[in-house]
Design a protein around this ligand. Structure first.
Ligand code: SF4
Length: 396
C-alpha cells in the first residue's frame, strides 16, 4: 500500500542534539579534542567590567574555524550556515532554539582581538599535530598565493593627493565632473601588464578602502588588489607550519627570511628542527639563500635564469684565490667595489685603462671608457652551491 506522510508541526518535542550528531562526525570529533578555554584569560584584557555581554570568545573563535573549514567568506554566511547545521551547533555549544550571535558582532570581535590571539590558536593546533606525530619538521615546502583584498580596483586613487587635503578635495570634485563628462578618472586607469612595474605602480597609487592592499597580478590572472600569503608546509603529512601575510608587491625571495624565522621558531618551541627547505625559483634571492645558510638549512630552490654559477664566462677565467678574473689577453679584472641594485648587491671587477689600451679586441670588449667591467652577485657561491645540490640524485 502506498504510504503518505502527513506533517503536523508539534509545539513541544523531546529532542537532544547530541543524539543526532553521529560519533564519527568531524565537528563532534573536533569538539572533543579542541580546548579553547584559555581564550577566556587571554582575551579578558579586551573587555570592560560593565555593559552588555560580548560574544563568547570561544564561540567566536569556533565560528571563525567553521568559516574557514566550510569555505564561507562572509560573517553573514557563517551564521546562516551554522544555524542550519546540527553538527556545527553541537560544536559551538548551542541548542536548536538558541539564537546565534549577530553576524556583525563577528567582524567587530575580529577587529578587537589582536593578531596574537589568532597566532595562539594556530600554535595550539600546531602543537597538537606535533604531539600526534603528524609533523616531522625536517622538510618544509614554502610557497605563496595572492589573497584578494576586500577592496575593488575602482577604489584606487593617485597617492599624491593625500599629501594635501585641499588638492585632494579639488581632485575629487574634478573627478566627479570628469565622470559626468565621460572622461576617465584615476579609478578608470587600467594598470600595467608588466609584473616588474608593480612596485612603481603601488608607489603612485593606493586604495583608501584598504591602504595595505597592493595592485598585483599573476600570469594569466586579472589585475586586482591583493595580499601575498606565504605558507610553509611540513612535507611529512602536509600540515601548515606557518602562514603570514605580506604586501603583494614584495617578492617571494624577500619574504623568505621572515617566513623562515617564524617556521624555525614555531617548530623549535616543540623540539623540532628544520633541515631542508623546498621552494620554486621565485624564492631565489641573495637574502633567501643567506638566511638558509645562516640557519644551517639546506635549500632546494632553483636559481633564476641568468644566475651565474660558473667560474668562467665569455673567455674570462675566475681566480678564486685572488678574487679576480683574467681576460683572454692575460689582463686581470680586479675586484673594485660593491654596487647595490634594488635588493641585490654586486661585486664589480674591472681592468685599468692601461690594460686594454692597444688590445685588438678593445672595440668589441671594452666600454667607451676603455675598460672592461664584470659583475657577480655577492651570493655567487651560494647560488653555485644550490645549483650543484639540485644536480644530485636527491636534488632532482
Ligand atoms: S679589451 Fe681589455 S679585457 Fe678585453 S680582451 Fe682586451 S685587454 Fe682583455
Amino acid at each position: 500500500m502506498q504510504g503518505k506522510k502527513d506533517y503536523q508541526e508539534k509545539l513541544f518535542i523531546r529532542f537532544q542534539l547530541s543524539d543526532y550528531v553521529p560519533q564519527d562526525n568531524f565537528y563532534r570529533q573536533l569538539k572533543s579534542v579542541l580546548d579553547l578555554r584559555f581564550l577566556y584569560d587571554s582575551t579578558s584584557k579586551y573587555y570592560g567590567r560593565e555593559g552588555q555581554k560580548s560574544v563568547d570568545p570561544v564561540v567566536f573563535m569556533k565560528l571563525m574555524l567553521v568559516g574557514y573549514l566550510e569555505n564561507l567568506n562572509s560573517d553573514r554566511r557563517i551564521i546562516a550556515t551554522s544555524r542550519m547545521r546540527m553538527d556545527i551547533l553541537y560544536f559551538l555549544g548551542y541548542d536548536l532554539d538558541e539564537e546565534l550571535p549577530w553576524h556583525s558582532t563577528l567582524s567587530r570581535t575580529r577587529q578587537l582581538f589582536g593578531e596574537q590571539e589568532f597566532t595562539a590558536i594556530f600554535k595550539l593546533v600546531l602543537k597538537m599535530c606535533i604531539e600526534k606525530g603528524l609533523i616531522s619538521g625536517k622538510r618544509q615546502a614554502i610557497d605563496s598565493a595572492f589573497v584578494k583584498a576586500n577592496a575593488a580596483m575602482s577604489s584606487v586613487v593617485e597617492r599624491e593627493v593625500i599629501d594635501d587635503a585641499g588638492t585632494y578635495g579639488t581632485e575629487l570634485d574634478a573627478n566627479r565632473n570628469d565622470q559626468q563628462d565621460g572622461t576617465p578618472t584615476n579609478a578608470d586607469v587600467k594598470p600595467r601588464k608588466n609584473a616588474k612595474s608593480d612596485k612603481t605602480l603601488n608607489e603612485r597609487r593606493y586604495s583608501p578602502s584598504d591602504p595595505d592592499a597592493r595592485i598585483s597580478v599573476k600570469p594569466g590572472k586579472i589585475t586586482r588588489l591583493n595580499y601575498s600569503a606565504q605558507v610553509s608546509v611540513d612535507t611529512h603529512n602536509h600540515v601548515v607550519t606557518h602562514i603570514q601575510a605580506f604586501h603583494a608587491d614584495k617578492g617571494d625571495g624577500q619574504c623568505l627570511p621572515q617566513v623562515l624565522a617564524k617556521v624555525i621558531d614555531n617548530l623549535k618551541e616543540n623540539g623540532l628542527e628544520v633541515a631542508e627547505v623546498f621552494a620554486d625559483a621565485g624564492y631565489s634571492s641573495e637574502a633567501a639563500l643567506q638566511a638558509l645558510t645562516d640557519n644551517n638549512i639546506e635549500g632546494y630552490i632553483p636559481n633564476k635564469s641568468g644566475s651565474r654559477t660558473r667560474d668562467s664566462r665569455e673567455g674570462f677565467i675566475y681566480d678564486r684565490k685572488n678574487d679576480r678574473y683574467t681576460c683572454p689577453q692575460g689582463k686581470h679584472l680586479t675586484y673594485r667595489h660593491l654596487k647595490k641594485v634594488n635588493t641585490n648587491t654586486h661585486k664589480i671587477y674591472s681592468t685599468g685603462v692601461k690594460d686594454c689600451r692597444g688590445c685588438p679586441f678593445k672595440d668589441a670588449c671594452a666600454s667607451p671608457a676603455g675598460i672592461k667591467k664584470l659583475k657577480d652577485s655577492i651570493a655567487k657561491d651560494l647560488y653555485t652551491q644550490i645549483h650543484q645540490r639540485l644536480q644530485t640524485e636527491s636534488g632532482k
